[in-house]
Ligand binder design. Structure first.
Ligand SMILES: [Zn+2]
Length: 484
């Protein structure tokens, strides 16, 4: 403000000098070139000109982003806030109109720091540690591992930075001491401070949207694991075997940060996207030898397991059932077709339950001899219960098959997604049909003794990618909770 009066005082002097000069022209011009009137016109042209006012730089004092969208800037003469990451700013008249900290489970500053620390597998999620980084003042208001910024370059010009804040290791904002040369009060980076943007671009907006979607996925996925330590062990790893030790007849859930596939026991298993990762079930066939096997950058340890032997006596008529290979093969085609398609998603969220509270007559994996001859390995549970006992769906899913088959009698297969099916056999009655969506605990049928069966019981098992899997692993838990 002190500049302007001085300039104004100079104007009368300058004008006087011009009039004097014009007078000289008039005096000289009078004799060779003619009239006075033409020269007089030029005098007011000079006097009328006014100085162009220089815009006063707006002095910025401090700023704070509350998440990836909301933030405020304090100036010497007012305040402004944004709710779209700095693309637009609005003046506010009182501090009461400013957004405050908080937000939902995924978008608040603390929530973002916590989710990213789960994924990085490093940062502490203790309340004390995150509180300390927030309270450490304007010069270091960054999440752990964020770059510190002293200078930013915009269109080839370097500017001092008054304050910077990173909400993720890549996405941050910086405040310049004055905003004269910038469209927005804050400049933005989406590449960890390597380049800066004045305002917002479509590319930057897309990157921020992508990060927000990823945070939502991390939040949803973290809730699937047993606890925070389990979530960190999985989300912080590139490859994770859940669990990394198993036995023949078991199943392992594999997660990878990136898309890909696994070659295992002569088959290829494609990882399917789900929440923040890529997953597949890996069945451990009975033929797998004990030892260690590399999967991704991890090692799967297979431990030998001894299965008991069971001797079963049945009538000759029953024994002859197994000789009708035409009917058995026809059924197998139906079953294979039903199990060939599975929803590419986990269809359950809560734990699996026992379908009936029956008496366990044959545990999983028993080597079974029928009338003294080797029959099969019994890769299921036999749960004896009274005829007509209601059978519950072990978990949410879609009915893939529900019909009377030759050996397994009235049979149901439920798809739980990602190639996992539960199987229910020998029912007296079916209460569902293919395509039905069922919830955990829904009554899907009644206990019976149809097909190759010596008495009322439920033959129950799981199949992962068409290989039978031990049901005992599932009860009162989910594969996500097998993290050790
Ligand atoms: Zn059975």
């Amino acid at each position: 403000m002190s500049v302007k009066p001085r300039k104004r005082r100079q104007w009368p002097l300058l004008a006087g000098a011009c009039i004097l000069a014009a007078g000289v022209v008039i005096f000289i011009g009078d004799s060779p070139f003619g009239t006075l009137t033409s020269s007089k016109k030029e005098v007011p042209d000079i006097v009328v000109a006014t100085p162009v006012p220089t815009p006063t730089p707006r002095v910025a004092l401090e700023f704070r982003m509350l998440d990836l969208d909301r933030g405020w800037v304090k100036y010497a003469d007012g305040m402004a806030h944004t709710s779209d990451g700095g693309a637009h700013w609005q003046e506010v008249t009182s501090t009461e109109a400013l957004p405050t900290d908080g937000g939902t489970a995924t978008n608040g500053l603390e929530a973002i720091t916590k989710l990213l620390s789960l994924e990085s597998g490093t940062g502490s999620t203790a309340a004390g540690a995150s509180g300390a980084s927030v309270a450490s003042g304007a010069a270091a208001t960054t999440s752990s591992g964020s770059p510190s910024v002293d200078i930013v370059t915009l269109n080839g010009t370097m500017f001092d930075v008054k304050q910077s804040q990173f909400v993720t290791p890549k996405i941050g904002w910086a405040l310049l001491p004055s905003t004269t040369n910038s469209k927005s009060p804050l400049v933005l980076t989406v590449d960890g401070g390597q380049s800066w943007i004045d305002g917002m671009t479509e590319d930057a907006k897309a990157i921020i949207q992508g990060v927000k979607a990823h945070l939502t996925q991390l939040q949803a996925e973290s809730l699937l694991y047993k606890d925070e330590a389990g979530a960190k062990a999985v989300l912080g790893a590139s490859w994770k075997l859940i669990p990394d030790q198993a036995s023949p007849g078991d199943i392992v859930l594999v997660r990878h940060k990136e898309p890909g596939s696994i070659a295992w026991q002569g088959k290829t298993y494609t990882l399917q996207p789900y929440e923040a990762g890529y997953f597949t079930y890996l069945p451990i066939p009975m033929s797998v030898k004990a030892g260690t096997y590399p999967i991704g950058d991890q090692t799967l340890t297979i431990k030998a397991k001894k299965f008991e032997t069971q001797y079963l006596k049945v009538t000759e008529q029953m024994e002859s059932m197994k000789q009708d290979t035409a009917r058995i093969n026809a059924d197998q085609k139906k079953i294979d077709l039903a199990r060939s398609k599975s929803e590419p998603s986990f269809l359950f969220s809560g734990p699996f339950v026992k379908p009936v509270e029956g008496i366990l007559t044959t545990p999983y994996g028993y080597t079974r001899y029928v009338n003294g001859k080797y029959d099969s390995a019994h890769m299921a549970l036999d749960l004896a219960a009274k005829e007509g006992t209601p059978i519950k769906a072990t978990n949410d899913g879609v009915v893939a098959l529900a019909e009377l088959l030759y050996l397994t009698g009235n049979s149901i297969y439920i798809d739980h997604g990602m190639g996992l099916f539960s199987q229910y056999a020998h029912l007296s009655e079916l209460r569902v049909k293919p395509g039905d969506r069922v919830k955990q605990g829904d009554i899907i049928g009644l206990v019976g003794t149809t097909g190759f069966s010596t008495g009322p019981h439920l033959h129950f098992t799981f199949w992962a990618h068409n290989i039978q899997a031990n049901p005992d692993l599932f009860f009162n838990t989910t594969p996500f909770q097998w993290v050790k």
